[in-house]
Design a protein around this ligand. Structure first.
Ligand code: KG4
Ligand code: ZN
Length: 351
């Protein structure tokens, strides 16, 4: 039995995982706390994590029907993320590891997103035996990455964003439209009722021969468009049509780059994960192109797209088995980059 903790941004999450099966998963979201500021306030996020951590640990144990002494290991997000928020979860995990005399394993947040599409079913179960070489799109509020996964725990970064992440682009353009925080899901909902072809926004780097993304120009083009058409968002139809056009530009860029990378590597499997994978337009478009092009597609379940501890626990078990425990005195790593090798950790030290 492994307890996992996630606190890299604005969700305090815990889970209990056993041999790849998720026995419980609890998320205490801070969305309403940060809404009045229009974005995550790091100091408030940290205080809220500290307030929530013990109650959500207790809830995860209760829902799994186990006691704290049944735990055999602890996994926690060690990076990347907001420095103090990360430390709140990581330090709690260190304290539990020390007090219970069980190993701790530090998990890379994006690596956990990367393998989350392979957690499927009820109860959710990690299915590494189904994993085949593929190209994966990780799209969240902080990152947009294309990754070539050769095998479990063996992956290479193909490209990433040069400026804003896809989620950031959704959130910032939603803010320009005056939509409430968090903008991404609200823009998605409005886009469902709009016409994507009434307005046109750029698809940045879509036809460039690289695997990179750049969303800041798209954000600027929405700003300029709104300066020229200041009253259009006041019209409910106009607002929905703008949302649909912005969403189309973002998702067509994401999917186009994912397909180009998959073609260039001659692979036939694609996956997507991270908060933006909740986007209905993106899920539909991926399903459509996969079926047309005969690709197999694994999408993270919506509850596993946004930040959660189930994905941390599932990967924690794999990393523990593969690399052994993380030294108990290891620090949180707010700037930890994901690449094929940096996730390999220092050799284990006895606790
Ligand atoms: O993975 P995540 O929960 O946190 C990070 O690690 O960043 O992703 C959060 C991001 C936010 O930018 C949020 O607006 C976006 O995911 N998001 C969406 C949708 N649901 C969440 N963006 C577009 N459409 C959605 N339905
Ligand atoms: Zn995330």
């Amino acid at each position: 039995m492994l307890l996992s903790i996630e606190s890299s941004c604005d969700e305090t999450a815990t889970a209990v995982v056993h041999n790849g099966t998720v026995l419980s998963s609890v998320v205490a979201s801070q969305i309403s706390l940060h809404a009045e500021y229009g974005g995550v306030v790091p100091e408030l996020a940290t205080r809220e994590h500290l307030r929530n951590l013990l109650p959500v640990v207790r809830q995860a144990l209760d829902q799994a029907g186990i006691r704290i002494n049944d735990l055999q290991a602890i996994a926690a997000t060690r990076g990347p993320g907001l420095p103090a928020a990360l430390r709140a979860g990581w330090t709690s995990a260190q304290a539990l590891s020390y007090a219970l005399r069980i190993p701790i394993v530090g998990v890379h947040h994006h690596e956990a997103h990367l393998y989350s599409p392979w957690i499927q079913g009820t109860p959710p179960r990690f299915e590494p035996e189904c994993l085949v070489p593929h190209v994966s799109l990780i799209v969240s509020g902080g990152h947009t990455l294309l990754v070539h996964v050769r095998a479990l725990l063996d992956h290479v970064i193909l490209g990433g964003t040069r400026d804003d992440a896809a989620g950031e682009c959704f959130d910032k353009t939603a803010k320009l439209l005056g939509l409430p925080y968090p903008g991404g899901p609200v823009l998605d909902r409005l886009a469902e009722e709009g016409r994507p072809d009434r307005f046109h926004f750029p698809r940045p780097l879509l036809h460039e021969p690289n695997h990179d993304f750049s969303f800041s120009g798209l954000k600027t083009s929405v700003r300029v468009f709104l300066q020229k058409n200041p009253t259009l968002p006041d019209d409910p139809i106009g607002l929905r049509d703008i949302c649909a056009a912005i969403r189309a530009a973002i998702i067509e860029t994401l999917v186009g780059k994912l397909l180009a990378a998959t073609r260039s590597l001659r692979l036939s499997c694609i996956t997507a994960s991270g908060g933006v994978t909740c986007n209905r337009g993106l899920r539909r478009l991926l399903t459509e192109v996969a079926s047309k092009q005969g690709l197999s597609l694994q999408l993270s379940a919506p509850s596993l797209c946004t930040d959660n501890a189930a994905m941390i626990g599932v990967l924690g078990e794999q990393r523990l088995c593969h690399d052994g425990p993380t030294p108990l005195d290891a620090e949180a790593e707010p700037g930890w980059e994901l690449d094929g090798t940096s996730c390999r950790q220092a050799p284990p030290k006895p606790i």
